[in-house]
Write a protein that binds this ligand. Structure first.
Ligand SMILES: [Zn+2]
Length: 853
């Protein structure tokens, strides 16, 4: 195993040296790349003698100090460092080294994705390119020259603005880029390839003209329209809502197929997983279009929250990520439906982050230690981080929040700072003491809020008790400070009173006047990321009447959960829930996307999270029984919703068309529980006649889970049509890997040999292996083969791409809560992984925490 030492925030020390300028020359060849790195370096810490540069797997050729070639006794090559002995206060250092991007399967540093050279340097990739002080609080001005074969790599890109082009006699050419903004090395990027391009422009509010380019494999240019529109929408939104303009002459986006994450915000040169750029109606679903809009905006917003103001160290990651996710969520809410956006964001948080928070890998949004920083690009740092910013926004209100953001930009532009600096700006401009609020940054686990009520003498008393879980290490944690939006409703659902309570104590009472006992609507808009525990029976009322759309949805979910849990305990189906569900179906004035969310039964993950000991077999049995009962009871109504909203020729992306597709596909999915010929015929007809990928995927999902014969034909047709399109093949593999039919594991194993599958492409691994590992039915099969298969994949993929492998290991996070049989089977596999002799620290950190927990 490689070095797995723990790094602590408390050990942070300011850098001893700083790099003022970095002038790089990349000579890109087919076998290797030669890097020449000229740095102007200055001492900051008087006591430091040697210059220590981060350097991993680099082949050093020559080193020059102030133009004098260094003899070997002047420097030491250590395992992950290059140490230059006894340097002056200020000096020029030139390092020439060789790297092998073609052999780089970890996809960190400089690598090749297909025929394209590209980079991924966050968090610590740059040290795999050239020796450097590779930490975010060292900010330099970069100048980059790329030299490569002209025919193979006509496009040469780096950060900033382009300075010059040149031609060489040997068939090579070059380009020099200059970025005037000092930046940390993790924001460095380069791209070289034979790429198609789509161009546009944007004029900022102060009249500055910005050229916009999206580069992609040739032939895909027509699929960049939505990404380009999203970029312009994001630029405009950031000017209007945050007063922030773009600061370079051009903005480049490049789409590549092999990428470990969603996208990367490198200054002036964003590099994207092609899944978040390329889309048209024939190949992308409505969800893909929404995803592109949000990720394009996210990376653009980083230009201010991340690039201009960056993190002092990686423990501060949520400083840029939580804030930027909050910004992209608000952007999507403004451009689409606010209510649907909020529900979907909360759902995503609960599906992933709540599970993480309840597992042995739980950590605060600002962790205080790590082994592999790559493991901390988590739902906690991102999504819970965004909820924490949202609470600040609620506490301050729109105007003061904007004032505080302006202060943050004024005070820290061009610097590498901490979350404490951000909170200082929020507190100062907001006029609020945030000392207690800071606990959200340093404590882990999801707090629960027990809600009790009393009504006497026209006095309504709300009793709130915070139940804060212990940390993973077992230490006590303290009560939180948070805004709690609530309302009291009368018998018609009208608001008697609506307020934002500020909760700060472990136990608190709030008293209201009311003529009659009101109905409580609590944690409206999910104003705090907590679990509300309420022993009431108002779900049916709130589902029908609440004026807050989030609470309506939440009540439908809670009611469904209660019904399923009772069924798991052997009780009959609750007919009150069935009748409330029927009431929703009859409501004709609701937004269709919202109505489709109200019709959604609780996910298996949501049910699982409430179990003390998890057994997926009994969860599925109860949920499927309820689904079938609803489909039988409301068969005619569901078919009528289907036919009313099914317009197979429509491929519009307006909210009405998206809503129609959402609700009719929800109705179809419910009807599929009947396993009737009628439902199968409708799905089959939908597959054959629809023109959108949304409709085809929904139909395929139903066919795959209900009718092997029809599924084989339809999936065969699908494969034939799209097997050359990797992004569509991701969907194909996902449908098969998520299948509930018997024999899924065998089919998944066989698909690994499919010519369209490639273990080196993370998207494909995620859609086949990753989706299977989240197929609770087959992954947790009682014969243990699901666990064994995924453990084998983790071990193999760890040798290619440790980051990818540790992501897959996350599927075992629910180990602690599993029933005895499954737990034993899981343990065998987890221990087998840990016995691997050359396990990466990425996988070691995750798996060892799970086993110990
Ligand atoms: Zn980000």
């Amino acid at each position: 195993m490689s070095k797995a030492e723990t790094i602590y925030l408390k050990d942070y020390k300011a850098p001893q040296f700083t790099i003022k300028t970095c002038d790089l020359v990349f000579e890109l060849y087919e076998e290797h790349t030669q890097v020449t790195n000229l740095m102007n370096i200055e001492r900051v810490d008087e006591s430091a003698k040697d210059l220590v540069l981060d350097s991993i797997e680099l082949e050093l050729l020559e080193i020059y100090l102030d133009d004098e070639k260094l003899s070997e006794d002047r420097y030491v090559i250590e395992e992950e460092h290059l140490r230059v002995l006894n340097v002056a206060d200020a000096f020029k250092l030139i390092i020439i080294n060789k790297i092998y991007p073609q052999l780089n399967s970890e996809l960190e540093g400089l690598y090749k994705s297909g025929k394209i050279f590209c980079t991924q340097n966050e968090p610590e990739g740059f040290r795999r390119i050239t020796p450097y002080i590779d930490r975010p609080d060292v900010m330099a001005i970069f100048k980059t020259t790329l030299v490569a074969n002209r025919e193979r790599y006509p496009v040469l890109l780096s950060n900033g603005n382009k300075e010059s082009n040149f031609k060489l006699d040997d068939g090579r050419h070059g380009a020099t880029w200059f970025d005037p903004h000092p930046k940390p090395s993790y924001l460095f990027a380069l791209v070289a390839g034979d790429l198609g391009v789509v161009q546009d422009k944007f004029v900022t509010k102060s009249g500055k003209y910005v050229r916009l380019y999206i580069y992609t494999d040739r032939g895909n240019e027509s699929k960049c329209k939505h990404a380009m529109k999203s970029l312009k929408d994001a630029m405009k939104w950031d000017e209007e809502v945050y007063g922030r303009e773009y600061d370079l002459d051009l903005y480049n986006i490049v789409a590549v197929d092999s990428f470990n994450m969603g996208a990367m915000e490198n200054k002036g040169l964003n590099i994207f997983n092609s899944a978040y750029v390329l889309a048209d109606e024939d190949t992308a679903t409505d969800a893909n279009f929404m995803g592109i809009q949000s990720v394009i905006a996210h990376e653009y917003f980083h230009n201010w929250t991340g690039n201009r103001i960056t993190c002092r160290d990686w423990f501060q990651l949520t400083l840029k990520e939580g804030l930027t996710v909050f910004r992209d969520q608000c952007f999507s809410a403004d451009l689409n439906s606010k209510e649907v956006q909020r529900i979907e964001d909360v759902d995503a948080l609960r599906e992933r982050q709540f599970v993480e928070d309840a597992s042995p890998t739980a950590h605060p949004i600002q962790p205080d230690s790590y082994m592999a920083i790559n493991n901390f690009y988590t739902a906690t740092v991102y999504e819970k981080g965004a909820e924490v910013i949202r609470m600040l926004h609620t506490l301050l209100g729109e105007q003061k929040y904007r004032k505080a953001m302006d202060l943050y930009f004024d005070a820290f532009d061009g610097q590498a700072v901490r979350t404490d600096d951000f909170l200082w700006a929020m507190g100062k401009a907001g006029g609020i003491d945030l000392e207690q609020f800071k606990r959200w940054y340093h404590q882990s686990g999801t707090p629960k809020l027990q809600v009790d009520e009393r009504f006497e003498d026209k006095k309504y008393t709300l009793v709130l008790t915070q139940k804060v879980p212990k940390s993973v290490e077992g230490s006590e944690q303290k009560p939180y400070f948070f805004p709690l939006k609530m309302a009291l409703l009368d018998d018609n659902g009208q608001e008697i009173e609506a307020r934002t309570l500020i909760v700060t104590q472990e136990r608190e009472e709030f008293v209201f006047r009311a003529e009659k006992k009101p109905t409580l609507s609590i944690n409206r808009d999910f104003s705090a990321p907590i679990i509300v525990e309420q022993s009431h029976n108002d779900y049916a009322f709130l589902m029908k009447h609440d004026t807050n759309s989030y609470v309506r949805y939440e009540s439908a979910q809670s009611f469904g959960l209660q019904c399923i849990e009772n069924m798991m305990k052997g009780k009959e189906i609750d007919e009150e829930f069935v009748s409330a569900f029927g009431h929703i179906l009859e409501e004709d004035k609701l937004d269709l996307s919202f109505k489709s969310l109200l019709m959604e039964l609780p996910s298996v993950s949501a049910i699982m999270q409430r179990q003390e000991i998890v057994d997926f077999d009994s969860i599925y049995a109860a949920k499927e029984k309820l689904q079938k009962h609803l489909a039988l009871t409301f068969k005619d109504k569901l078919f009528s919703i289907y036919s009313k909203n099914h317009t197979p020729d429509s491929k519009e992306l307006d909210s009405l068309s998206i809503g129609k597709r959402a609700i009719k596909n929800r109705a179809l999915k419910l009807l599929s529980a009947l396993e009737s010929d009628e439902a199968v015929a409708v799905a089959n007809e939908q597959y054959n006649s629809s023109v959108t990928m949304t409709d085809r995927i929904a139909a395929l999902d139903v066919l795959e889970n209900t009718s092997p014969e029809f599924s084989t034909v339809a999936l065969g047709h699908f494969y034939k049509k799209y097997n050359k399109d990797t992004l569509v093949m991701n969907k194909y593999f996902s449908i098969l890997a998520a299948s509930h039919r018997e024999g899924t594991l065998d089919r998944v194993m066989a698909l690994q040999n499919d010519p369209a599958y490639n273990e080196l492409v993370p998207n494909l691994v995620r859609s086949l292996i990753g989706v299977f590992a989240r197929n609770y039915k087959h992954f947790h099969a009682k014969d243990g083969y699901g666990y064994k298969f995924v453990a084998d994949r983790i071990i193999d993929i760890d040798k290619i791409n440790p980051q990818m492998a540790s992501g897959l290991a996350g599927a075992f996070k629910i180990y602690k809560k599993m029933n005895r049989t499954n737990k034993k089977l899981m343990k065998t596999e987890l221990e087998r992984i840990l016995l691997e002799p050359s396990l990466s620290k990425n996988v070691y950190e995750i798996v060892s925490k799970i086993v110990k927990g």
